[in-house]
Design a protein around this ligand. Structure first.
Ligand code: CP
Ligand code: NVA
Length: 309
């Protein structure tokens, strides 16, 4: 386990172990205050972030490591110098790098040349550290992720793709409702369908009520992701009937929890009354990003990565 770039690189056993470690980071945090003492991690982001930046920065510091944050304009990845050169240089200073990029291929390219662990902190295609934390959240509220129905309503985006991989690998049941033209990538769907290790059930429909019916978890994300801003008005029209509101929530189970990775665009993909309602767990979900970030660092960096190859 050298990098944390996509969930499909991990078995169910490895994901469950990271989720278990995340939970232990949550309830026994004092046990881990020195595990990364003397290490330094870099946070190299090309897009804005509140939760991911904070979770990985605070997480590293709580484990005893130092942190350097590089803002989008600082490194100008691939523009000021080639990705391969930036990566090899950073490997000489740092013990791990968390990246957020527009192009998933930039993370893959950076990792190819890195001799220290690279963590995907969101790309255009995937958001695996988000979904690792989401599995922790679902386990906390619902106990057994394999025995429940998870419904995702909205854009078939990076968060949706990582949820698909997680549920497929862990053996869950995920129902996705997206408008035509905004369904999850066929490549991701085929990848999952052709992998015999991914035993979960993924259903994709156009009707939000059908997906939400009797769901235990109702999950949504923004209609306009970072990088899609030019399509805002077109997307707002297409997603009109895909709002998570009180009516849709009524179709789910009475004890259904509502999840959103945040930031939320209130009044678009989710209403105030649902986001602030008693079934919403979004702030615990956000808090759990911290424990997942710590578990990712600890799992990767402590694995005795050889530096400066
Ligand atoms: N959920 C999430 O990744 O939030 P940020 O974009 O604020 O990091
Ligand atoms: N799908 C969103 C997630 C933000 C955390 C985006 O990529 O902007």
């Amino acid at each position: 386990m050298n990098h944390f770039i996509e969930l499909k690189d991990f078995t169910a056993k490895q994901i469950n172990a990271m989720v278990k470690l995340s939970y232990d980071m949550k309830i026994n945090h004092l046990k881990y205050t020195k595990v990364l003492k003397g290490k330094t991690v870099g946070i190299l982001f090309q897009k804005p972030s509140l939760r991911t930046k904070t979770a990985f920065c605070v997480g590293a510091m709580q484990l005893g490591a130092n942190v350097i944050y590089y803002s989008p304009d600082e490194v100008r990845l691939g523009k000021r110098e080639r990705i391969c050169d930036a990566s090899r240089t950073m490997s000489r200073y740092l013990d791990g790098v968390v990246m957020r990029t527009f192009h998933h291929s930039d993370i893959v390219e950076f990792a190819k040349y890195s001799s220290v662990p690279v963590v995907n902190g969101l790309s255009d295609i995937l958001h695996p550290s988000q979904v690792l934390a989401d599995v922790l959240t679902i386990n906390e509220y619902k106990k057994n992720i394999k025995k429940i129905k998870v419904a995702y309503i909205g854009d078939g985006n990076n968060v949706c793709h990582s949820l698909m991989y997680a549920l497929a690998i862990l053996g869950g049941d995920l129902h996705i409702a997206s408008p035509k033209g905004y369904m999850p990538s066929t490549k991701v769907f085929k990848d999952i369908a052709s992998n015999s290790q991914m035993k979960g059930n993924i259903t994709i429909v156009n009707n939000p009520k059908q997906a939400a019916k009797d769901a235990d978890v109702l999950y949504t994300d923004v209609w306009v992701s970072m990088g899609d801003e030019a399509q805002r008005s077109k997307r707002k029209k297409a997603f009109g009937g895909f709002q998570v509101n009180d009516n849709l929530l009524k179709t789910a189970k009475k004890n259904c929890i509502v999840m959103h990775c945040l930031p939320a665009h209130r009044g678009e993909e989710i209403t105030d009354s649902v986001l602030d309602g008693k079934q919403s767990v979004v702030f615990t979900q956000a808090e759990n990003r911290l424990y997942a970030a710590k578990a990712i660092f600890a799992s990767l960096i402590l694995r005795g990565q050889t530096r400066h190859k």
